[in-house]
Structure formats: structure tokens, C-alpha cells
Design a protein around this ligand. Structure first.
Ligand code: G4P
Length: 531
């Protein structure tokens, strides 16, 4: 079993939209031998449509089930790439997917540098100490100075970085990269279809043949840059990377197949195998004999006539076996699965067993919520799947009183899937839906109508933040709930949530109730509101 676990490398590619995540993912699959032609994986359209196109959303849902996990074997390792949505409105999905990986590859556009979404994603990675490998993409375009880019990464993302390859110019004058780790030169050819990077060994950069390869002025500049880098950085320490203290940086151009092989080979060598995971009871180690796992994503069936869904489960320890009964901790019941699936690019296969690090798809008729834990009987819950405060809030107003039940069921099921967050008023029967983007409201309305035949309107509500509360004086929380009754709601796990209408009102609450801590997410140690 240990051998199986150590073989596995489970990760996600993350990026600000348009930096090249899809292109790089596809090229990794191509180089890994999982697909034969680029373009086979997914359409990018939904991400780019500003007005929503429901056919596209449906299509994308289909594609994204197929590409939720892409696995392939490469150099004796089993690589599991977890897909994350490209559209910014679905960023909460991405955050949840990040709970199921052991490392990430972060793609940066060399022209734009660190962008807004990059910062948010890195915040989530830092919270969990996820090791990060950085790929600076689009070197065939006139980008920022590479030293400035490194500086920007350190400052804006609050991480230490160390270049392991170094570019020779960018844009029209891009000549290639020098691999600092292997002391070799990889020359760039635009649009090259070659699959393997051609390295030229250059242990001594002062060798005159370097001038012939890339011109004297570029060779001099490279020598100068590398000397500077060697002066600034210590030799690369893989343990610091695995502890998420240092992010190695590579340069390349995904669309030109350039630097991808180098990235994949380094990833295989460096990236951690499945790591231990924290629960509310104890740390679970991947090599433990007994199976444990948690659900981090749920996908509805595309056929509205069939309500079954696919729950994606990350195996955290032991061996998962088909047709064996497992303990569903939240529901306190035994449950078994006849046809668990794994995914190989676009192929789905029924599997008999899965090991730590694997992600499997379980057909589900409504048993699962995001965050659910399965075990062989032990009562524990995996931690680290928080909900974050949404940015936009709307009240769902029922437009057809005869369909009240369907509407409620639809709302419950869609929010179980994690499409949006549901807040039910503590006094009264208001349903408030919170999301990070407008697109989800359209998706919800559309799906409620088509899958549950429930017609509703969405009315904007001016809430500023959802705040979860803790206090070592429970009486104070009770007092607050009474005092703010109209603004108190319950989330899906029955936690009390204060929906603050403005920063000012939140500040007043913080001042009036100093014994209460207000948090912007459901896992309290993460982000706390302060005056
Ligand atoms: P995303 O998933 O991170 O959102 O980005 P995606 O891969 O879709 O890439 C965004 C755009 O950047 C695409 O162009 C893609 O071709 C381009 N791109 C990716 N890598 C490179 C690169 O190394 N160099 C250059 N110059 N461009 C790159 P598009 O025009 O939006 O789409 P498409 O029609 O080319 O697919």
C-alpha cells in the first residue's frame, strides 16, 4: 500500500482567468501521454461569455464532470490533476477543490504579473500550507522583467520564491530558458510541435559556444543574471518547498509547448505524495490501514429526469473498495457503492479499489453534502472545508405557491452541491442565497425552473458580509441573537450567521459585543473581523 501511496501526486493548476491554466493543463496531459491532441479536453467558452449562455453552462457542466479529475501514469507515478473552474464566479468551487490536493501549480501571465484572483487563490493555499510550484507563462509575449516578477510574487503573494529556470528575453526576442537546476539550455522555437524539450548541457556558462547559440549580448546578460541569482539564493531546498515555505519558479510558454516537459519532470520529482490530513479528532495518515475520505465536490446529473449526482471523494487513508460498506459519519449509517468511478482524461472507468491521494466519483441519490466524511466506523470529520462569506446576497421569492415544496427541495439540493450558500432566517421563513458572482443566480434560477419546475424571483438584499460567531461566553451570543434577531440566519450546518448590512453596522456590533468574535468564514481560525 505504501508503494501505491507514494506513487500518487494529486494536484491542481490554478491561475487568474486567462493566464493559461487550461492550456497548461492540456499540455501536461499531452506530455503525460493521457491525450493525443491538444483541444481534446475542454471548451473555454463559458469562461469568456459575459452574458450567460445556458447551453454553454450545461455543456460545460458535462465537460467539467468528465474533466473533474484527470489521471495518468508518467515515469512510474500516478498523476491526478483536479480541475478547477475558470470562471471567477465559481471561485468557491476552486477553493473547495484545493482542500483535496497535496500541491498546486500556479500559472502567472508574464505580461500581467500577479492578478487579483491569483492573490485570493494563494491565500487559500497559504492557509493550508499547500506546496506551490510557479509557472510564468506566455514568455513569447513582451512581459515584465523577470526579477520584477519574482519581487511581485514575493510581495503580493507573501511567499518566498526561487527561480529554477531563467528566461533569455521575452516576446519577439525570447530565446529560451536556462535551467538553473540542471545547468542546461533549452532554446525556444515558436509554435514548435516538438514534444520533448531539447536541452543543451551548459555546466560552464562562460563557454564561448553560448555566445554562438544566443548572441554575445544575450549570453552576457544571462551570465550576469545567473551570477546575481546564485549570489542571492541558497541551493534549492526541496524540504522548504514541501513545507510550503518556498515556491520554485519556472518560465515557459504553454501554448508553444515550451517549458512544459521541464515543469512536468520537476513536478514528478518534487511534488509531495499524499499528506496527512487533520480531522476534528486526530491527524489521519495516508498509510493507515483503515479507509477514510471526504466529499469535496458534488455534481448534478445532466439529465434533469434523474436526480442522482456524482459526489467526488478524496481518499485520505487506507484502501477504498467497491461494494464494501462504509460509515457515513454525518448520517450515522452504513452505505456502499456499486460503481465508483475514476477518470482518465475523458474516459470514465468503474474501479474496484482506490488508495490515498485518489479521487473517486460516487453515484449519489442525495446522501451527500460537501464536507461529508466516510470511514470504516470511526466518528471523525475532516477539517478544512470552510465556507467563505459570499459577496452577493439575494432573497428567493416563491412565484408559485403550489410548488413550495419543490422549490425548497431544489434550493436545499443545489446548495448541498455547493452552487451557492443558503442562509435561512432564524425567525421567519426567508431564504437568502449568497454567492461570489452573478452567474450563479442565473444558474440557480434556471436549474430550479428546469429540474424542479419551481418558479422564483431573486431580490437583491444589501448585506455586506456573512459573519460566523464564536465566544467563550455563550450567553453573549444568545444576547446578540436576540438583539439582532432580524439579521440572524442559520447556515446549512445550523451554525448561527449574522448578516451585516454594512461595515459600519459590523463595527458597531464588534464594539458593542467585545466578547464575540466575528468571522468571515465557517472555519474560525482563518479570518476574523476587527475594527
Ligand atoms: P485560463 O484557462 O487560465 O483562463 O487560460 P487559457 O488556457 O484559456 O488561455 C488564455 C489565452 O491565453 C488563450 O488565448 C491561450 O491560447 C493563450 N495562451 C496560453 N498560453 C500562452 C502562451 O504561452 N503564449 C501566448 N501568447 N498565449 C498563450 P485565447 O485567444 O483567449 O484563446 P484561444 O482561442 O487561443 O484558445
Amino acid at each position: 500500500m505504501l508503494e501505491e501511496i507514494q506513487k500518487r501526486k494529486t494536484f491542481a493548476v490554478i491561475a487568474h482567468p486567462d493566464a493559461g491554466k487550461t492550456t497548461l493543463t492540456e499540455k501536461l496531459l499531452l506530455f503525460g501521454g493521457a491525450i493525443q491532441t491538444a483541444g481534446a479536453v475542454k471548451s473555454n467558452k463559458i469562461k469568456k461569455s459575459t452574458t450567460s449562455d445556458f447551453m454553454e453552462i450545461e455543456k460545460q457542466r458535462g465537460i467539467s464532470v468528465a474533466t473533474s479529475v484527470m489521471s495518468f501514469e508518467y515515469k512510474n507515478k500516478l498523476v491526478n490533476i483536479l480541475d478547477t473552474p475558470g470562471h471567477k464566479d465559481f471561485q468557491e468551487d476552486t477553493y473547495r477543490t484545493l482542500t483535496a490536493v497535496d500541491s498546486v501549480i500556479l500559472v502567472i501571465d508574464c505580461v500581467k504579473g500577479v492578478e487579483e484572483q491569483t492573490e485570493k487563490l494563494m491565500q487559500v493555499c497559504r492557509m493550508r500550507n499547500t506546496p506551490v510550484l510557479v509557472f510564468i507563462n506566455k514568455m513569447d509575449r513582451d512581459g515584465k522583467d523577470p526579477f520584477d516578477l519574482l519581487d511581485e510574487l514575493e510581495k503580493k503573494l507573501n511567499i518566498h520564491v526561487q527561480p529554477l529556470s531563467w528566461p533569455i528575453n521575452s516576446g519577439t526576442f525570447f530565446k529560451g530558458v536556462y535551467n538553473i537546476k540542471n545547468s542546461s539550455l533549452n532554446l525556444f522555437q515558436a509554435g514548435a510541435t516538438k514534444k520533448i524539450d531539447d536541452y543543451i548541457q551548459f555546466d560552464d556558462l562562460n563557454h564561448p559556444s553560448l555566445n554562438e547559440k544566443i548572441t554575445t549580448s544575450d549570453a552576457d546578460k544571462l551570465r550576469e543574471d545567473i551570477e546575481l541569482i546564485n549570489g542571492v539564493y541558497d541551493p534549492f531546498d526541496i524540504e522548504r518547498y514541501r513545507k510550503a515555505d518556498l515556491a520554485p519558479v519556472f518560465f515557459g510558454s504553454a501554448v508553444n509547448n515550451f517549458g512544459v516537459q521541464e515543469l512536468l519532470d520537476t513536478f514528478i520529482e518534487f511534488a509531495p505524495s499524499p499528506l496527512p490530513r487533520d480531522t476534528d479528532m486526530r491527524l489521519v495518515k495516508p498509510e493507515e490501514n483503515k479507509f477514510t475520505g471526504f466529499v469535496f465536490k458534488i455534481h448534478a446529473n445532466l439529465d434533469p429526469k434523474h436526480r442522482d449526482r456524482i459526489a467526488f471523494l478524496r481518499v485520505c487513508s487506507g484502501k477504498f473498495e467497491r461494494n464494501k460498506f462504509y460509515y457515513h459519519v454525518r448520517q450515522d449509517k452504513q452505505i456502499r457503492f456499486n460503481n465508483p468511478t475514476t477518470f482518465m482524461a475523458s474516459e470514465k472507468n468503474i474501479i474496484d479499489e482506490a488508495f490515498s491521494g485518489d479521487v473517486i466519483g460516487l453515484y449519489d441519490s442525495g446522501n451527500f453534502k460537501i464536507g461529508d466524511t466516510l470511514t470504516e466506523g470511526e466518528k471523525l470529520h475532516f477539517k478544512g472545508i470552510p465556507n467563505f462569506s459570499p459577496e452577493i446576497f439575494k432573497e428567493i421569492v416563491n412565484l408559485d405557491p403550489l410548488k413550495t415544496k419543490q422549490l425548497q427541495k431544489g434550493i436545499e439540493q443545489l446548495t448541498d452541491e455547493g452552487v451557492a450558500q443558503l442562509f435561512k432566517s432564524y425567525h421567519g421563513s426567508k431564504n437568502i442565497i449568497g454567492t461570489v458572482g452573478e452567474l450563479q443566480f442565473e444558474v440557480i434560477q434556471h436549474r430550479l425552473m428546469h429540474e424542479y419546475q419551481a418558479k422564483c424571483a431573486m431580490e437583491s438584499r444589501n448585506y455586506f458580509k456573512a459573519c460566523w460567531m464564536t465566544s467563550d461566553q455563550p450567553k453573549k451570543i444568545e444576547e446578540f441573537i436576540k438583539y439582532k434577531a432580524n439579521y440572524i440566519f442559520r447556515d446549512k450546518d445550523e451554525n448561527f450567521v449574522f448578516l451585516a448590512e454594512s461595515q459600519w453596522l459590523l463595527d458597531v456590533a464588534i464594539k458593542d459585543f467585545p466578547e464575540i468574535s466575528f468571522h468571515f468564514n465557517s472555519e474560525f481560525k482563518l479570518e476574523t473581523a476587527s475594527l
